[in-house]
Design a protein around this ligand. Structure first.
Ligand SMILES: NC(=O)c1ccc[n+]([C@@H]2O[C@H](COP(=O)([O-])OP(=O)(O)OC[C@H]3O[C@@H](n4cnc5c(N)ncnc54)[C@H](O)[C@@H]3O)[C@@H](O)[C@H]2O)c1
Length: 330
């Protein structure tokens, strides 16, 4: 295939980010954009030269066109029927995280896609960071006991974020990136315990009526290899933020500071090495997906659906621990 025919379902914020990368590739052709808000799909048609068609119903879109692959960029609660419609038609997809808010549904999607032999990718963009490759390589032979990390800030603007029913809460929607990164770097988790709190965010004063997610939480995750990762998650900071989000990795003979999507500092007996993130790793994420579709070889995709399922299980177990007040064995 010379050009990969691409369609999008969901043309909001993250879809625009993926599109900005695809626009730099000369082997992508745009065939359809679907969003329940028509202007969003129409805007994507304009951005891509006007040859694609805009739709408000993805089923109608799939009746008319046969893309080689689809980007699914809908909110976390809008999944299931979309994936099955693609699987039925044998269309591979990249889906944004969290892939659903229902583990059983995600597992069904995963099994059905695999049965059809479809290429899948999940939007864990941080796995494509060059600075993370440095960390992964550096820690290969290191003894690690403790890791701490944080994603603490304010409340994102999209309407669905503030409700647990539609976003899953901040761990599931946002800090899922650091939970996934912990799996990517330290292996598989065996146990999670999370303590959470509410009461700092005033939904009316903050302009987020209906807000019902936790304001903050602290999760302790134990890994098979004994590493213990503590991850803070919070969305109540109004002023005075600026402590970097990211991870601190405490090795027996080194410490590593990962500033989220920004830098890595390694301190060891040789002194300090500093690496700044260069360029947009999302280009690599999208290039990898397009190349997989072109060649039929998915091996370079760093987050296939089957792997991402384990991260989804971990963050949903975090919610279970918050609800029950008990640790969850994985
Ligand atoms: N990988 C990342 O770093 C990253 C960053 C931001 C968001 N995300 C994820 O991407 C997803 C979308 O987030 P966003 O910030 O782009 O949200 P958004 O609200 O900006 O965009 C979602 C779009 O989907 C559309 N939509 C809803 N239901 C639809 C349907 N049935 N058919 C077609 N379109 C439909 C909405 O109208 C909206 O335009 C979420 O799961 C979010 O967690 C991932």
């Amino acid at each position: 295939m010379d050009k990969v025919k691409i369609a999008f379902i969901g043309c909001g914020g993250i879809a625009g980010w993926h599109l900005s990368h695809l626009l730099g590739f000369d082997d992508v052709e745009y065939v359809g954009f679907c969003d329940i808000i028509p202007e969003r799909a129409e805007n994507f048609v304009k951005r891509t030269g006007g040859t694609a068609k805009a739709y408000t119903d993805y089923k109608a879109m799939l009746e008319e066109i046969k893309p080689d692959a689809v980007y699914i960029c809908t909110p976390p609660h809008v999944h299931g029927d979309i994936e099955f419609a693609l699987i039925e038609r044998g269309i591979p997809f990249l889906v944004e995280k969290p892939m659903t808010l229902d583990y059983a549904l995600a597992e069904k999607i995963c099994n059905a896609a695999e049965e059809k032999g479809l290429i899948t990718a999940v939007g864990f963009q941080d796995r494509y960071l060059g600075i993370i490759e440095k960390v992964k390589d550096y820690i290969k032979d290191k003894q690690i006991g403790l890791v701490t990390g944080a994603w603490v800030g304010g409340i994102p603007g999209v309407w669905w974020w503030r409700k647990k029913e539609t976003s899953g809460g901040q761990i599931v929607e946002q800090n899922i990136h650091l939970f996934d990164m912990s799996r990517y770097l330290f292996g598989e988790p065996t146990k999670i315990y999370v303590s959470a709190g509410k009461g700092i965010v005033d939904p009316e004063a903050a302009g987020v009526p209906g807000y019902d997610v936790e304001d903050y939480s602290s999760a302790v995750v134990t890994f098979e290899n004994g590493v213990v990762v503590t991850l803070l998650t919070g969305c109540y900071i109004r002023d005075g933020g600026g402590v970097p989000c990211g991870l601190n990795i405490y090795c027996a003979d080194a410490t590593i500071e990962y500033g989220l999507r920004s830098y890595v500092k390694i301190r060891d007996k040789n002194g300090e090495q500093f690496y700044r993130n260069e360029g947009d790793h999302g280009i690599i994420e999208d290039r990898t997906f397009i190349d997989a579709i072109k060649t039929g070889d998915p091996s370079a995709i760093r987050s296939p659906y089957r792997d991402a399922l384990k991260t989804l299980r971990l963050v949903l177990a975090a919610n279970e621990s918050i609800e029950t007040g008990k640790p969850v064995d994985l």
